[in-house]
Structure formats: structure tokens, C-alpha cells
Design a binder for this molecule. Sequence first.
Ligand SMILES: [Cu+2]
Length: 120
Amino acid sequence: MAIAVALHTGESEIKQEETQFIIEADVIMPTKVSRPGCQETDSCYVPSMFTVKQGQTVTWKNEDVAFHSVTSGIYGEPTTLFDSGHLDPEQKFSVTFGEHGTFDYFCTLHPWMAGKVIVE
Ligand SMILES: [Cu+2]
């Protein structure tokens, strides 16, 4: 499995700005998703389904004030492909997808939070 994982801390974001290399987020965790309800409008991760080409990187950003994670698999059945751990507010997490397929992910803290990456 050719999957690379990079955790972007606040510190490295500052460095990236200095070198004119700013990683935009592809998928955000909006405010208030730490409470159930976002799953009804499929908006716990926005967008909840994101399609990329093989070899591309997906970056998530936690725009909530609570901790969240981006963890491969489904709630109760995590896989070992990627796991952001607890993301602080404003923190980003990136995964480069080297394989075709559909990759489910979820938040380890909030069972209702789920999303999908489709790699074409
Ligand atoms: Cu969460």
C-alpha cells in the first residue's frame, strides 16, 4: 500500500506560508459536528464524499472548536491505512492515495461522523 501520511501542526503551517507553500483544505470538519445531527444532512465532513485521481493528496482541516479525527475504516472497525489522531482546532491532516478504491473514514470521538474518499 503506497499511502503517505503527514500531520500538519500549527508550526509547520507558518513555515509553509513563509515559503509561499500553503496547503488548502479539501475537506473540512465544520463547527458543531461534535453533536449528533450533521449525519442527517451528510455534513459532518464537508464534502462527505471526495473524489481524487490516483496519487493525489487529500487534506482535511478541523474548523470546529472540538477535537476530531480522520481515521480509516468505519466506526468500531478501523483499518490501519491512516489515522490523524486527535486533531486540534485549525489543525490539518493529509493523506496521499496511491491505490484505486473507495476509502471510508470516520471520527473516533463521534460515531456519527463519517466520510469517503474515492480514488479513480
Ligand atoms: Cu469528531
